[in-house]
Design a binder for this molecule. Structure first.
Ligand code: PLP
Length: 374
């Protein structure tokens, strides 16, 4: 069986260090808001070339609290519009509606799956205040174009970097482009904790200050509450685990790139579209961190069954778009053809830093031998 992502094997390589760090926290007797969090926040802000990193409980809260902070700071109000790609994971959109802001779903670029700056521009109205730039599958949006657009229309940019730790565009990494950026450290993300965790990065001192209060009941100072905040904290054990894992992130990204490159060179099938099919270049391969390796096939479900029968585990990111979910009944009749086609055709092949070249070769052979019965 070739598993989609073998977290046991990934973590086994760092087992001793993880246990040592865990022991250190247990022995310290301090579990929330201590040295481990401060240390990880400093390391991750350096890693993302940002002034501040604010640890929170998960990636959804990172996005949610940033929008909330902008409301508290008077930069947003109920009913303001947030432009977001229609094909994103639902968490991006939940953060918007949770804040009583209005998501404006925009079709992605069909080749990169990321926001198309031209379509973003046509979606801007007098109520637009934010562009949520989701770096889907591990590749940055065209941030040069989006930042120019945002500046021209006086918009805030919130990056959703949950899938893009360390990814770059024009030499700058995820988390350093927008006015703020949300990260998830869910275990299966490229930088994953051993439980839930998330963070916001930003260069804005005032925003960072507000976020530090919001995550802690709205309090900057014990028993003084400026906001009706929440409890969303990155605990000491998870912070310590993340400090260990961050050291290996770039090395692991290189290993993911090697897997991606082997797929790119090996998969040859007339019915299958590879990622970045139109713009494959050494530079594109360098900037992508391959959170997932997504191919497209019209007979996707059949291909998935075929691979499964040969012991290859695949996942669909994602089977149902947000506008077709029961949670957003009000949009069920809306039509986003590019997004709908993506959800019907995408399939994520196994990719991880611990996959061996022979495992990748087996996947390539199986994919290339796929013959549709339909
Ligand atoms: C994982 C993910 C999130 C949410 O992160 P959690 O830590 O699971 O809350 C948000 N956006 C995207 C694009 C994600 O992939």
């Amino acid at each position: 069986m070739i598993s989609f992502l073998d977290l046991k094997k990934i973590n086994a390589a760092m087992r001793e260090e993880l246990i040592e760090s865990c022991t250190r926290v247990i022995d310290s007797g301090w579990f929330i808001g201590g040295n481990e969090l401060t240390k990880f926040e400093a390391q991750f802000s350096t890693y993302t070339q940002s002034r501040h990193c604010i640890g929170v409980a998960n990636g959804l809260d990172a996005l949610n609290l940033t929008l909330r902070a902008w409301k508290e700071l008077g930069k947003l109000k109920d009913g303001d519009e947030v432009i977001v790609p229609a094909n994103t994971y639902i968490a991006s959109i939940l953060a918007i509606t949770e804040n009583r802001l209005v998501p404006v779903l925009v079709e992605p670029d069909a080749a990169t799956y990321n926001l198309d700056p031209l379509l973003v521009e046509t979606a801007i109205t007098s109520k637009t205040r934010v562009i949520m730039a989701v770096h889907l599958y591990g590749q940055l949006c065209d941030m040069t174009a989006l930042m120019t657009l945002a500046q021209r229309h006086n918009l805030l940019v919130l990056e959703d970097s949950a899938q893009a730790h360390g990814a770059r565009h024009a030499g700058r990494c995820a988390g350093s482009w927008g006015h703020a950026s949300g990260f998830s450290f869910y275990p299966g993300k490229n930088l994953g904790a051993l439980g839930d965790a998330g963070a916001i990065t930003t260069d804005d001192d005032q925003l960072a200050d507000t976020l530090r209060a919001l995550r802690n009941y709205g309090s900057h100072e014990k028993y003084k509450n400026l906001y009706q905040g929440v409890n969303s904290r990155l605990d000491e054990i998870q912070a310590a685990m993340l400090s260990v894992k961050l050291k290996y992130l770039d090395e692991q990204t290189q290993l993911r790139r090697a897997v991606a490159q082997q797929y790119m060179e090996g998969i040859r099938h007339p019915g299958i579209t590879l990622p970045l099919a139109e713009g494959t270049s050494a530079q594109a391969l360098e900037s992508h961190v391959w959170h997932v390796f997504v191919i497209r096939c019209e007979q996707r479900d059949e291909l998935q069954r075929y691979l499964h029968a040969r012991g290859i585990q695949t996942i669909i990111h994602y089977p149902v778009p947000a506008h077709q979910q029961q949670a957003y009944k009000q949009w069920n009749n809306c039509s986003y053809p590019i997004t709908e086609a993506i959800h019907q055709e995408v399939l994520s092949l196994p990719i991880s830093p611990v996959m061996t070249p022979s495992e990748v070769e087996s996947v390539i052979t199986a994919v290339n031998n796929f013959v549709s019965e339909a």
